[in-house]
Design a protein. Structure first.
Length: 140
């Protein structure tokens, strides 16, 4: 299902570029304050087509993105490249992020409705634990 949405996902936003900037304007300062530094090493663990990853990278952070959907990851790569951003993107299940290189990270972001797509309590626990394992000692 997610692969089929990737080409059109930006259409859920009135203006996707404005949403990228708006979300980075909210998430960026929160992450920066929590981590106490900038740039921050961030894993966007449900990056979709790159909405948060792109915005956070545009703020100067070192962002890595992962998503379950191969098509979404491919689209995120294209969108990041179109903005001259060097963001590595990987296909990975939120419940097992062990194959995502680049860690440990200062912060892991799981935005939008990614957790709501996990149907069982055990899946949510697995995803939270997997994200926590990607964090540096003082990570958020």
């Amino acid at each position: 299902m997610y692969d089929d949405l990737a080409a059109h996902y930006h259409l859920i936003f009135e203006n996707w570029d404005a949403s990228i900037a708006r979300q980075a304007g909210v998430l960026g300062p929160l992450i920066e304050a929590a981590c106490g530094k900038s740039p921050v090493r961030i894993l966007d663990a449900a990056c979709g087509i790159g909405t948060q990853a792109i915005g956070l990278a545009m703020r100067g952070h070192a962002v890595t993105g992962s998503d379950l959907s191969d098509a979404a990851v491919a689209r995120a790569r294209v969108e990041a490249a179109a903005r001259n951003l060097a963001i590595p993107f990987y296909a990975a299940d939120l419940r097992d992020l062990s194959g995502v290189p680049g860690g440990p990270f200062d912060a892991v972001v799981i935005a939008d409705n990614a957790f709501a797509h996990l149907l069982y309590e055990d899946d949510v626990r697995q995803a939270a634990a997997s994200a926590a394992r990607q964090l540096d000692t003082d990570g958020v």
